[in-house]
Every structure is written in structure tokens, then in C-alpha cells.
Ligand binder design. Sequence first.
Ligand code: UDX
Length: 435
Amino acid sequence: MKISVIGCGYLGTVHAACLAELGHDVIGIDVDQAKVDLLSAGRPPFYEPGLPELLRSAMASGRLAFSSDIAAVAGSRVHFVAVGTPQLANSNAADVGYVDAAVESLLPHLAPGDLVVGKSTVPVGTAERLADVVTEGAPGARLAWNPEFLREGFAVKDTVAPDRLVYGIAAGDSTAEALLDEVYATAVGNGTPRVVTNYATAELVKVSANAFLATKISFINAMAEVAEATGADVTQLADAIGYDARIGRRFLNAGLGFGGGCLPKDIRGFMARAEELGVDQALSFLHEVDAINLRRRERMVDLTREVLGGQLDGKRITVLGLAFKPDSDDVRDSPALDVAVRLAELGAEVVASDPQAVETARRRYPQLRYLADVEDAVRGADAVLLLTEWKEYRDLDPDRVGSLVARKSILDGRNCLDPVQWRAAGWQYRALGRP
Ligand code: UDX
């Protein structure tokens, strides 16, 4: 099938490449010419494992192309809208301006029978509104909402083999369902569960899934706060409650909390939308989820100060990890980068490192000092903070690192090191939620 994908960010680029790999003929559209040029040369503008290979193979097949000219969508039967919905600068609400603009720009190029499919995470009610825009602006075209659940770092796998498909369609629009089944023929054929529903449910599925995940993380981080006051170990607590199949161990890793381009802004956007709908009380717990999450960053700064004898000024601190999670170069709302910047603002001499995110972090905070090589970064440190659990950091040799630092103090912001091993090598080991 000929398909267009509007918006070539983390979501759209992976979606376009995967659909081409699955046999469709795909055109990816982005307003940013520099990004289109990179993608056309087979180079992703961000780090995502497996994507460079996939992009090269899809481009070589002749089934994938990129353009900044929206007219290139002509002839596609399905048009995915995968543009961003960032948090507005002066409120908690999501900015749907890019989604509106993408749909408007499609209208003159739609033919009767075409299906516009929203993938972006939007406030509930957006699809209903845009369905009218599509049917009035392009007679015979229709709209569906098909939220995306991919995780950065696993984006290719999550797109090719999703754990569920959700189609939000207008009542009685069986052709939309059939078209989406054709797009996802491989996943549907593999028995992937499908939920076919109305627009509002499809939109809510996405934000409520993210709200649930954020709540799970903040729950365990709240337990970490209690653990810190009592001498309990939150990692053992998570293991123990996680054995209960009703609870489950996944997303119970206590530490510096959640960040990224989705969870933080999605729970805030959800609260803002609930307020507009007059059901803000239903989501008031999400304020607490957000607050618990942000408190972890403060706690990390306090713990660092404590380890350094109450004084941050002039102390050499190495921050390992800047991305909001491993296997990504994304620093949007990254807890690690936030802590690094706060420590620098408090007078510490911060050296920050990350296997992939140094350049993205530098663009956001050029005032920090960055060193890509981990050994260069730790040399002479008074304290080492592990804030993103990259494999190369989890595998660090405490003896080797110990020979490079000024003081053997390690703060494990992700509870990913073995305290016994580090203490045996002479390190002072501190972590969030552990004695
Ligand atoms: C999330 C959702 O998982 C995905 O389904 C949705 O489509 C987009 O948002 P992503 O932002 O890629 O995906 O990251 P995710 O793996 O969910 O992690 C989010 C944050 O939570 C990271 O900062 C991570 O470090 C943190 N986290 C995750 C924890 O602190 N503890 C955990 O146990 C799990």
C-alpha cells in the first residue's frame, strides 16, 4: 500500500522505515529540510538501536523516500500524522498546533477514500474535532486514531511487533478498520490483539497507559523515600512485591525517576485536559506522581552534597549518563541532565559524559563541561554519579575507575550497581532508597 507519514521525529521515522520494511511504499514528510536531507542519505537524525540498518535496507528496496514537500503524499491511501505534541511553555497542557497544521496541510492532497490516521498523543476530544476538519476539507476522506506505544531504545521491535493495536474509528466506519488491518497485515496475521473502539477511548488508552506507568515508577520511588527513613532496601522490596503476579516486577526500578518526551508531559497534559472536562479530581493523584518524581532529583543533589561533606562549591563531580534512559540520545526532560545542571549551578565543577547523548545535551546546555570518554570523565573526581544505566556504566570495573578518581565515592542514581562489589573495592557506595 502507498502510505505517507507526516512528521519524521522518533515516532514518524521509525514508523515510516518499519512500514517500508514490511512491504509498503512509504513517503516520509517533514518541514525540516535538514532532517529530510539526513534521512534521504540513510542517516537517522537521532540514536535508536537497529534504525540505521533498517533505514538503509528500506531505502535500498526503493520503498522508502523522504520529502519536505507535502504534495508528495498524493496517491497515498493512508496518511499517518506523527508530529509532536510538546507541553505548552506557560501551562501543563499539550500543544496540538503541529497536529492541526499537519492535518490542514494534508487536506488539499487527499482523495476520496483516503484515511488520515492520527498517531500523536493528543488531549481526548482532538480526534472528534479533527474528523470534522477532514470530512469538511476533503470530501470522502476520513479520520482514524491509532495511538503508538513504542519505547525509545526498542522502537523498531515495538513497531514491527507491537503488543497491541488500537484503532479509534468513527461509528460504522468498517473501511477504516479494513485499511488499518491491511497496513498492519503482518502484526494482525501474527495474532496481535486488536482493540477497535471510538475516538475518545483510543486517545485515552494512550495517556492512561503512560499515566499508569508513571504512577508505578513514582509508587516505588515513594517507597524509596520511606526506605531511606527506615533503613529498608527498596530494590529488595521491589523484588519481593514484584513476585506477586498481580503487581509484577517491571517498571518498579526505583531511582532518579522518569523523564523523556512522553511520560512527564503526558501526565501533565492529561491533568490539564481533565480540568477542562471538569473531572480534575479524578486525576489529582497525578500531581503527587509528578511531585514524587521531581523530588528524586532534589534528593540526588542533597545526597551528593552530603557525601561531599556538606560542600558542593569547587568539588569535582562526574555525571555518568545524560540521556533520559539508556540506548537513547534523547535528553528531553532528562533527570540525569537536570541533576548535572543543578549541581553546576550550585558551584560544583561538573564533568558530564554519556555514550550517545553528549551532543544533544550540549545543544541544550552548552555551559556544562562534557567529555565523551568515560575514563577522561572520571579522572580526578571527588564523586561519581551514575544517573543513566547504560550497559557500559553497569559493567564498570570498580578497581579501574578507583585508580582514576580523587575520592572513591559513587552515587548510584539507578540502583544498577552491586554495592557489595563496589564497597569491597574500597568505594563509599550510596544509592536512592538503599541503606
Ligand atoms: C514511554 C512508554 O513506555 C511508551 O509506551 C510510550 O509510547 C512513550 O513513553 P519511553 O519514553 O521511551 O516510553 O520510555 P520508558 O521506557 O517508558 O521510560 C520512561 C522513563 O521512566 C525513563 O526515564 C526511565 O529511566 C524511567 N523508568 C522506567 C524508571 O525510572 N523506572 C522504571 O522501572 C522504568
